[in-house]
Ligand binder design. Structure first.
Ligand code: GDP
Length: 300
């Protein structure tokens, strides 16, 4: 994922210098840590998260054990790796979408307009139909932009799943309830509800999402955020989690040239785990989020 490339090459530079060394002084470790801190800040990682990561690394790395070990450089890399995994949500984070509930399982998709929410709804539908053999119903609750409803219909066709027939004049709540009734009657396994997005967070958007959430009681509420928006993605996630509550985050456009720091800040700042990554416009460009694999890629 290109969003982690810049951070990765900076950190690899720092560690290449440490790796070959047979002995490290406390000053060497401190120098390296200073460079790690700069690299994280330049990658747009939130300051409290940078502090947390470097404090953890310092605590473990400055110990005599590292300085006396035969390959101290490797040990420091391992310590940074573990700190990155923690920041990304921990080893056991993100088990993908949780469908462990009575069918039909409602999944609510929320996020700002342009974040990739509708595309991601299509991607999830394709994955659940294909890999998990689920019968999936897609429904657009975006009554503000009729084009959005048509877009979801097109995506449903591409993903070879059903979309709820559009009835003009219904409210988002009515559409959501109709989707659930249809799904119960026709024995669907999963209902994906794509809500309306706005260009910015406002009370009307939050109230609308909260009302649908209260009525449908989704098993997953997935927030879609655009990695290209950096720290704004983190602020968006915090606001959504405070106002409606989310069970997971899908970060899109990790194929772009943004700095990947938002991914590292997300868990600490919002409390919600990243579950999936969107890595392209095509419907199969959806990846599971594995903190250890991402940390591994960043450190090369
Ligand atoms: P929505 O307004 O949140 O529903 O956003 P859309 O799903 O309509 O997506 C907006 C644009 O972003 C579309 O052109 C999508 O093809 C594109 N898009 C969505 N996800 C990704 C992604 O992971 N990578 C890239 N490169 N483009 C994406």
């Amino acid at each position: 994922f290109t969003v982690f490339e810049a951070l990765g090459s900076k950190l690899q530079g720092v560690f290449d210098r440490l790796r070959g060394r047979g002995a490290l002084s406390e000053a060497d470790v401190n120098d390296a840590l200073r460079e790690v801190r700069v690299a994280l800040l330049e990658a747009d990682v939130a300051l409290p998260v940078v502090k947390d990561i470097t404090a953890k690394v310092r605590e473990r790395a400055v110990g005599q054990e590292v300085i006396r070990s035969i390959q101290p450089g490797q040990m420091v890399v391992k310590i940074v790796h573990d700190a990155l995994v923690d920041a990304l949500g921990g080893k056991d984070a993100a088990k993908g979408i949780d469908l462990a509930a009575a069918s039909p399982v409602p999944i609510l998709m929320v996020g700002l307009q342009g974040s990739g929410k509708t595309t991601t709804s299509g991607k999830i539908a394709l994955r659940l139909r294909g890999r998990e053999r689920k019968k999936v119903l897609l429904a657009s609750l975006d009554v503000h932009r009729p084009a959005a409803q048509l877009q979801l219909e097109t995506l449903a066709r591409q993903a070879e799943v059903t979309s709820l027939p559009i009835i003009a004049g219904q409210t988002p709540l009515q559409i959501a309830q109709r989707a659930m009734e249809t799904a119960r009657g026709e024995l669907y396994d999963v209902v994906i509800l794509d809500t309306a997005g706005r260009l910015a967070i406002d009370d009307a958007l939050m109230d609308e999402v909260a009302a649908v959430k209260a009525a449908v009681k989704p098993h997953e509420t997935l927030l879609v955020v655009d990695a290209m928006t950096g720290q704004d993605a983190v602020n968006t996630a915090r606001a959504f989690n405070e106002k409606v509550g989310v069970t997971g985050i899908v970060m899109t456009r990790v194929d772009g040239d943004a700095r990947g720091g938002a991914a590292l800040s997300m868990r600490a700042v919002t409390g919600a785990p990243i579950k999936l990554l969107g890595a392209g416009e095509k419907l199969d460009a959806l990846e599971d989020f594995h903190p250890d694999r991402i940390a591994g890629r960043i450190l090369g």
